[in-house]
Design a protein around this ligand. Structure first.
Ligand SMILES: CSC[C@H]1O[C@H](OP(=O)(O)O)[C@H](O)[C@@H]1O
Length: 350
């Protein structure tokens, strides 16, 4: 691992029969890990965004179902598989939008179905979870390569939320080009939108990029239009939680507005994501489930209420950017135009 990538703590790690999670809620003020041994703990960690980021929650859920399989009492392969299916459904209930979560646990369940014994099922569940993590790291490195190739020397890129190394196995998706640029001594700059209400941009993206020496400037979400109008922005690159077959992409709330602003200012808007984020079962973005979260995330800041009691609050965690606003999808297979995504379905990951 390069020294820059080594400097960032892994957000999800399997070690000595347990799942070690970096508590992303405490960043940037505290780097704290927790050791999880039960699937219920993994469910809660995903729900509370202790681990967050579409690929990272898929990886965590994969180790969650493996934890269950390794510990469950089972007197036959069939009874273990029945429990595995129940655990898959349980884990999928933690957060609905990022398809990586369902994709990971369904892939592990399918792999275990072909195993002949209880011991083989237990072993396969863990092996598959580890394979998902390793594949994501390689996919993100390739996304970094393809993303970097799009950017002119000295480019400035705007992003929202955190689609970085801690949201994936390594490197990140939208931030992967910057990790590679650092490794190669290339100078790039990032404008990070703070990303209300949970401030993944202010807390995580600035922390991640500053820790590897990438130039980053923090702005409030409401400043995006002014910055695009008055400063040189070469591209907007964002992550994704679920991409439909036509390229419509769900990402953190505020992303759709950024895409509209980018189009108005003639700035190319890219979505960076591995194929594990593409939901080929969905024809378009209208079918993407949008998670609505607790109103406290909006009316409180660090436990301090900022709005009157009893007012109505709406807290969708994601929005959907239509394909016509997306210049290209930066994937491990290259930069793909939305209109061409369908023909990649046959070769998509299982
Ligand atoms: C590569 S992370 C993808 C995606 O996940 C984040 O959502 P959350 O922080 O709620 O898990 C955000 O939408 C990122 O862009």
């Amino acid at each position: 691992m390069s020294d820059q990538a080594a400097r960032l703590p892994p957000s999800v790690e399997w070690r000595d029969g347990a799942l070690i999670l970096l508590d992303q809620r405490r960043l940037p003020l505290e780097v704290r890990y927790r050791r999880l041994t039960r699937v219920e703990e993994v469910w809660e960690a995903i729900k509370q965004l202790e681990v967050r980021g579409a690929p990272a929650i898929g990886i965590a859920a994969g180790f969650g179902i493996a934890l269950w399989a390794l510990d469950a009492e089972a007197d036959s392969p069939q009874s273990l598989l029945e429990g595995l299916e129940r655990t898959r459904v349980y884990l999928e209930s933690s957060r609905p939008t990022a398809v990586n979560l369902a994709w990971a646990v369904r892939r592990i369940f399918r792999a275990c179905q072909s195993e002949p014994s209880v011991a083989a099922i237990r072993a396969r569940a863990l092996l598959e979870a580890q394979a998902i993590q390793a594949e994501d790291a390689e996919a993100c490195r390739k996304i970094g390569e393809h993303g970097l190739a799009l950017l002119p020397a000295g480019a400035t890129v705007m992003t929202i939320c955190n689609a970085g190394a801690i949201a994936t196995a390594r490197y990140g998706t939208a931030l992967a080009p910057f990790h590679l640029a650092r490794e190669r001594g290339l100078e790039l700059s990032v404008i990070a939108c703070e990303t209300r209400p949970l401030l993944q941009g202010a807390r995580l993206t600035t922390w991640e990029l500053a820790s590897i020496g990438i130039d980053v400037t923090l702005i409030t979400d409401s400043m995006a239009a002014h910055v695009m109008k008055t400063r040189r922005i070469d591209a907007v690159i964002v992550g994704a939680d679920r991409i439909a077959r036509n390229g419509d992409s769900a990402n953190k709330i505020g992303t759709y507005g950024l895409a509209l602003l980018a189009r108005a200012h003639g700035i190319p808007f890219y979505v960076a994501a591995p194929f594990s984020t593409i939901d080929f079962e969905l024809a378009d973005g209208s079918g993407i489930p949008i998670e609505e979260r607790d109103e406290k995330e909006i009316v409180e800041i660090q436990g301090q209420r900022i709005a009157p009691e009893g007012i109505k609050v709406f807290n969708p965690a994601f929005d959907v950017t239509p394909n016509e606003l997306i210049e290209g999808l930066i994937t491990e297979r290259g930069v793909i135009r939305c209109a061409e995504l369908d023909c990649h379905q046959a070769r998509a990951m299982g």
